[in-house]
Design a protein around this ligand. Structure first.
Ligand code: FAD
Length: 459
């Protein structure tokens, strides 16, 4: 029988993995992961996600070894590596269909067979009545629901392993995916990368999923699932995620959360139509946007030193834990592009490097949505007021956690310390010494952003 090579990519699990199931049914198995920083156009896995990848690969290797197999590790341009290994083994290659342009290029170069399993439905299967593709979420979601629920997740297939004892494999540690000097990963300790960790997280969230809609927008509470890094690395299948929550609370109560899974699919749908989604605005007019070159301002934003507490709290949470609450992602992203007029691509690349859940489609979609440059996006002239957002979504305790300099301020003063007067004195905080004064004035920044947008529209 022909050897079957299952090529894992960002789908590091054994359960409900269509490529593994097809390969296991076809003959003796070999398993491979390639660390690819070399395929042209590849958004090289960022530093935080490399930390995750190390642990997730260790976990997958151990699961495969426990079942008598061996995960082969290679590093370099994936397509030629996979093709050569398949030739050496006389194997057919199976992998899941990922939408990133470089992932598609890898498959072409490798000559692999792809299987659906990254999204709830194949991205090109959700079509309008006239057979066209959707670019706006709501009609797309309504149409996707015709195909929902997705198939129930399948388990781990029976696996018979090919003899790959003579095949060279890298040592995971030699890839140096973990930070060394300095080791900034201390705040990542609560994460549990790998398939078992993903299952545990899904189980915990299922028990509280009925409360999701009430708490999802409040950064101070643990109101969301925090499944994103597990989903980004494919440690749990999207179908398993859907069914776990639908079974726990029903599809009606679960709808607000299932809809968020929909945003993940929708973003993949947009990347399928705009492969350069992370590098070029969907709307051509935005190519003329007069962004400011402001390295100091960019650094202040990255380091959580803008003087706007909710922005700084978010950026520090991102740096410390590799994750940021969705509401705060919107506020911080909006601040960079609209208050600071800094190119959204700088922000997208920073998020990419810092997020453990970095996902090309969701990240690009998030940034283009905030910028207003996406086919489905918030209008540019909707400018988030960071102070208003912070108060509306009760971020006081969130700020206390991540901006401890301001912890002594009362709730009504903490969102805008420059207006806090006596409360600031009482808390012993001096702006410019203990915490920065705001780097821009909200009203002036708003007027500047709207003027920039008017120029673009008029050109
Ligand atoms: C500027 C910006 C950048 C972003 N970058 C990423 C990214 O790189 N990777 C990423 O997974 N998400 C990204 N998001 C979307 C969203 O912020 C995260 O998916 C969410 O905060 C993850 O937390 P959670 O797992 O607790 O989400 P939950 O609220 O529990 O949602 C469940 C799942 O649905 C998906 N999801 C939720 N919201 C979105 C969304 N708006 N778009 C796409 N999928 C969504 C995620 O897979 C998430 O795990 C970004 C959003 C913005 C505004």
């Amino acid at each position: 029988m022909t050897t079957q090579l299952v090529w894992f990519r960002n789908d590091l699990r054994l359960a409900d993995h269509a490529a593994l199931i097809a390969a296991a049914a076809g003959g003796p198995l070999a398993a491979l992961f390639v660390l690819d920083d070399d395929t042209p156009g590849h958004w090289r896995t960022g530093a935080a996600q490399r930390w995750w990848l190390h642990h997730s690969l260790a976990s997958l290797s151990a699961s495969i070894a426990a079942r008598g197999g061996r995960l082969i590790l290679r590093r370099g341009r994936a397509g030629p590596i996979v093709r050569a290994l398949a030739g050496e083994l006389g194997a057919e290659v199976h992998t899941l269909d990922h939408v990133e342009p470089w992932a598609r290029e890898q498959v072409r170069e490798a000559g692999a067979t792809t299987h659906a399993g990254v999204t709830l439905a194949p991205v090109d299967s959700v079509l309008s009545g006239t057979g066209g593709r959707y670019r706006i979420f709501t009609p797309w979601w309504k149409k996707l629901l015709h195909q929902m629920p997705p198939p129930r997740p399948l388990g781990v297939p029976d696996m018979r392993w090919a003899d790959v004892g003579h095949i060279a494999s890298d040592d995971l540690a030699s890839w140096r995916l973990l930070p060394t000097a300095p080791d900034w990963s201390g705040g990542f300790a609560d994460w549990q990368p790998g398939e078992a960790g993903a299952g545990a997280r899904l189980g915990e969230f299922a028990a509280s999923a009925a409360r999701y809609d009430a708490g999802r927008n409040l950064p101070a509470v643990e109101g969301t699932s925090r499944l994103s890094p597990h989903l980004a690395m494919g440690e749990v299948s999207i179908n398993a995620a859907w069914h776990a929550i639908a079974d726990a609370v029903g599809e009606t109560v679960g709808e607000p959360w299932l809809r968020e899974l929909g945003w993940r699919d929708f973003s993949a749908n947009i990347v399928d139509q705009f492969p350069d989604h992370g590098d070029a605005p969907n709307r051509a007019a935005f190519a003329r946007f007069p962004f400011r070159d402001d390295p100091e301002g960019l650094k202040a934003w990255q380091q959580g030193q803008t003087g706007y507490p909710v922005v700084d709290a978010g950026m520090r949470q991102l740096w410390a834990t590799g994750w940021m609450h969705n509401r705060v992602r919107m506020i911080t992203a909006s601040f960079l592009v609209k208050h600071q007029l800094i190119d959204w691509r700088h922000g997208a690349r920073w998020f990419w490097d810092c997020l453990v859940d970095a996902d090309y489609a969701s990240n690009s979609q998030g940034w283009q949505w905030v910028m207003g440059s996406g086919v489905d996006s918030s209008p540019f002239n909707r400018i988030f007021a960071p102070v208003g957002q912070s108060a509306k979504f009760a971020a006081a305790d969130y700020i206390r956690r991540w901006v401890p300099e301001l912890a002594g301020l009362p709730d009504d003063a903490i969102h805008a310390p420059w207006e806090a007067g006596v409360a600031l004195l009482r808390a012993g905080v001096k702006l410019g010494r203990d915490y920065p004064a705001p780097i821009v004035d909200h009203n002036a920044a708003r007027a500047r952003a709207l003027a920039a947008w008017a120029m673009v529209k008029a050109a």
